[in-house]
Design a protein around this ligand. Structure first.
Ligand code: ATP
Ligand code: MG
Ligand code: MG
Length: 594
């Protein structure tokens, strides 16, 4: 793979390690444990990062970038990355998503184990602490209960050109606020009647500092805490606390959170002063999110594709979800290579889809066993077969390497050869025969000589057609003594070598030819209707013949079908009821943007 290129996040970590910024920290057990607040041992992890998804949907390729970044940096610098479910929004979350996220991170090749424990957390485990911290803020005059209407609150926030206006409730005493906060917690106020707000500065040029809401009333059953709470922390309040309790050192997030950083720092400073958090606090750093051409990553829009049945589900091989990429035939190694190659920057840009496909080709080139498949079959009959071999039923054994020489490293044992049979009849691609050849055509036409790859040289003699003039059979003569790998193989010169599958031993397969889901490189840019950008030809299903070496293919096994591209045995449908099902992962060459 590529050498790890430096980037601004690596430089930040390296500077912190050199200065020993986090060297004095202690690790006192998991934040959910009772022992957590006690003094512990020096933290065995040099750095702690986290990947904090909200369990409200399936992860996509953008999340994969964040996963590779956070887990990769922790691994490279002797640290650990926490997997944390940011489940502070009870209405939208589900354990189905929790399970799929765990699967996705593991599949991508990462682990949250080690360095003082198993670091799989859920933000809702900190609700008690978050509430205690809210009371501490109230007691110290840093928060107040606001009972303005939602409209007044919005109007009084001001905008980029005007300062905000203080709420009439802003002057309440800590004692009044504490009593009112407890009434909120105890269910004595209806939903939406009040919020707890941080007391910062209604004139701040950063609107996020104009007394942001930190708790709201919401009677909703939470998938972890049930009906214990009727007030829930806001994300901007919860997130810094989650980071601090888990003793995260570097909290990496996407650029849209840049304006939240002053509040992140303000909050952790106040809670450290209150003696609730240890120092040094975590620090937030922002990087540019992944934008990939021909792809949408909005969860809402992806859900719409699923709900309107425009795709077969979250794991449809055309979806940019991690389950979709996996079913399409992407490998964790290819996705990791992609994340490394696109790097991290501080400004938004578009990455071309061909970069992702290029990484997959690079990964599969030396791994995926070769095979022959005929996707648009027509029968070729060797009319002199019995004359040459004594019987129409005679077959000859053929072999071909599973991997080319170039794919095998020095000292590595090549995999066993592929074996198949050639007989009187074989399947060839319909496009490999032309009754009247166009200029420069080198494949089968009457009088032309070609090699059946790995088999014999043949001379085309003509064809049979049906009433509509459609070719039903191609006819040829086999030229004896020309079998590949035998001494006479090169005695007759062939103009081309074509792929084929024996009628005697070929296996019927369903092949799903996937193409890009959208025909527009920016399907949802500038308020466009992304549904109108759907590619009507993003899936074509064909009945194909594949060589017998594929009989033992297991779901998820990847192959290079010679000349056609990379294919994977479908992880859901392959083998069900004895049916072989292969998905096209990608072609052999870059066809994007053409
Ligand atoms: P979406 O916008 O698809 O709903 P989200 O950011 O709301 O995604 P989260 O579950 O909160 O979803 O994301 C978890 C982490 O993944 C966050 O730290 C977020 O910054 C990161 N992330 C999400 N989308 C991208 C992206 N396109 N590129 C890089 N990181 C991303
Ligand atoms: Mg989010
Ligand atoms: Mg989002």
């Amino acid at each position: 793979g590529d050498a790890k290129a430096s980037n601004f996040l690596r430089q930040i970590i390296e500077a912190d390690l050199a200065k020993g910024t986090y060297a004095s920290r202690h690790w006192a057990g998991s934040p959910g444990d009772a022992a957590h607040q006690a003094a512990g041992q020096p933290d065995p992890a040099k750095i702690r990062t986290r990947f904090p998804p909200e369990p409200n949907g399936y992860l996509h390729v953008g999340h994969a970038k964040s996963i590779c970044l956070n887990f990769g940096l922790a691994r490279d610098y002797g640290g650990v990355c926490h997997l944390r479910f940011d489940d502070t929004n009870p209405e939208k979350e589900d354990t189905e998503y929790v399970d799929s996220i765990i699967d996705a991170v593991k599949w991508l090749g990462f682990s949250w184990e080690g360095q003082g424990g198993s670091h799989l957390y859920q933000a809702s485990d900190y609700f008690d602490f978050m509430y205690r911290a809210a009371e501490a803020l109230v007691e110290r005059g840093h928060a107040y209960v606001d009972e303005q209407s939602a409209e007044d609150m919005r109007a009084n926030r001001g905008d980029f050109t005007t300062a905000g206006t203080n709420s009439p409730f802003r002057g309440r005493t800590p004692a009044e606020n504490l009593a009112r906060l407890r009434e909120m917690r105890d269910g004595q106020l209806p939903d939406g009647a009040a919020v707890l707000r941080a007391k910062i500065d209604m004139a701040s040029p950063n609107i996020n500092l104009r007394d942001p809401a930190i708790y709201r009333i919401r009677r909703a059953t939470h998938h972890n805490t049930g009906d214990k709470w009727c007030i829930y922390p806001m994300y901007t309040y919860a997130h810094p606390i989650e980071d601090a309790l888990e003793q995260i050192t570097h909290s990496f997030c996407t650029l849209e959170f840049e304006d939240q950083r002053p509040f992140y720092d303000w909050l952790l400073e106040r809670l450290t002063e209150a003696g609730l958090l240890a120092s040094p606090p975590p620090r937030q750093y922002e990087f540019a999110r992944l934008n990939l051409t021909y792809v949408i990553t909005s969860k809402r829009k992806l859900a719409q594709l699923v709900n309107e049945k425009r795709v077969s589900g979250w794991d449809d091989p055309r979806m940019p979800t991690i389950v979709g990429l996996r079913r399409r035939g992407y490998t964790p190694e290819a996705i990791q290579l992609f994340a490394e190659r696109i790097g991290v920057t501080k400004s938004d840009s578009w990455i071309d889809y061909s970069v992702l496909e290029g990484c997959l080709r690079e990964d599969l080139e030396n791994k995926a066993h070769r095979a022959m498949a005929v996707l648009d079959p027509v029968k070729l009959v060797m009319v002199n077969w019995a004359e040459v071999f004594g019987s129409d039923a005679h077959t000859e054994d053929c072999t071909q390497p599973a991997l080319p020489h170039s794919a095998i490293a020095d000292g590595q044992t090549p995999p066993p050869e592929r074996r198949f049979k050639i007989g009187k009849e074989v399947w060839i691609e319909r496009e490999d025969f032309e009754e009247v050849p166009p200029k420069g055509y080198k494949r089968l036409f009457p009088g032309n000589v070609v090699r059946l790859k790995g088999g014999y040289v043949i001379e085309c003699t003509g064809c049979a057609k049906d009433a509509e003039g459609r070719v039903t059979e191609v006819h040829a003569k086999v030229i004896p003594g020309t079998k590949s790998g035998t001494p006479g193989a090169d005695s007759v010169k062939a103009k081309a070598a074509i792929t084929w599958v024996g009628v005697a031993d070929g296996i019927a397969a369903e092949v799903r030819l996937y193409d890009r889901l959208f025909s527009d490189p920016h399907p949802d840019a500038g308020g466009k209707d992304f549904l109108s950008a759907l590619n009507p030809d993003s899936l074509k299903v064909v009945q194909a013949w594949v060589e017998p070496s594929l009989a033992t293919a297991q779901p998820d096994d990847k192959f290079q079908f010679e000349r056609h591209g990379y294919f994977v045995a479908d992880r859901v449908d392959h083998g069900v009821g004895g049916q072989a099902v292969f998905n096209r992962v990608t072609g052999l060459k870059d066809s994007w943007g053409k």
